[in-house]
Design a protein around this ligand. Sequence first.
Ligand code: CTP
Length: 398
Amino acid sequence: MDLQGKCVLLGITGGIAAYKMAGVASALKKRGADVEVIMTRNATQFITPLTFETLTGHKCMVDTFDRDFKFEVTHIELAKKADVILVAPATANVIAKMAHGIADDMLTTTVLAAKCPKLVSPAMNTGMLENPITQDNIRTLEHYGFTIIPSESGVLACHDVGKGRLPADAVLLDYVEQALAPKDLAGLRVTVTAGPTQEAIDPVRCLTNHSTGKMGYAVAHAAALRGASVTLIHGPTALPPVRFAEDVPVTSAQEMYDAVTGHFEDTDILVMAAAVADYRPASVAADKVKKSDGEMSIPLVRTADILGTIGPRKTHQFLCGFSMETRDMVAHSAEKLSRKNLDMIVANNLKDPGAGFGVDTNLVTFLTPDGAVRQLPLMSKEAVAGAILDEILSRRGR
Ligand code: CTP
């Protein structure tokens, strides 16, 4: 998500994971955000303010009474300027202070004054985290509307193994993006399919295709950030699950058919980005097929066409299909749009540079039943996902 024009205030407290926040600050800057940083005095024992000043281009605030500043009353100005505050790593001490309205340094005064969404990522020793006092303080923060980012488990700095690790940068970034994204899909149920299917030949082999799932995952991710209730039904991929979305893994076209039809009644928008196999072996051998000297052929039968089956039956659902072609893209895609009774189809040509499987970009054309053909420029799959959702929202109305 492009964070241009958004101010993210990072509150860094005194835990060993403080050093990891340099990566988060840098990633936020790369996405266009204006990043301000406040550190507690203890945090400066682990990483220096200079690191963040270099990364963000702003003075890193530590001392409330620092007179070398740019704002009139710094903690109030920062509290007003921030679109979101992320306190990470959040120590037990700072969590306790925030939960009880104690404001005795630059960070806690700013947090108390701020009205924007506040995210807190607890990171500490397992014993400190599991202590009922800390747990009560975390619940208190939730009660006051803070979002708590769950700590992860693993080897901690004290060599204990357990809960209390700061999550990976990508997780923190997802929470920041979710806090900042417009919630124009709130209340809508969006089902997305992604990735390839695998059609078994025998216990060892299968028929599949080169889909990596990136396009569908990007749509599911963007929809979840924008407030939709998202179900991602996907074939085998190497991608990490989409945060804030229900994850439904399937293998074969038939399993995908069952999962999609099972969710269809409760779906407002279906985006079928999966590369579903059109054929499967007529029968699956119970044991590994042994080779012989001669040629071999495998009889194939058609799989059920998911969109082709549910398209004619749709009631309130908006159906968006995908169409990957290597020639006559617009004509073939228009035919699919009409045959499957879709509301929109996203077409791309596998032969266009930057489009198709595996890459992080796509060059797509939207076709709709009114005959409109809208070609978008080459964009990241993330940006294409946003454009697809914008188009769907403008066409289905709210
Ligand atoms: N699709 C589906 N069920 C299938 C196969 C595909 O719902 N069994 C969906 C895809 O997810 C995609 C759209 O249909 O959204 C693609 O249409 P399709 O006619 O299957 O495209 P191709 O298989 O690429 O077409 P063709 O083989 O005719 O070139």
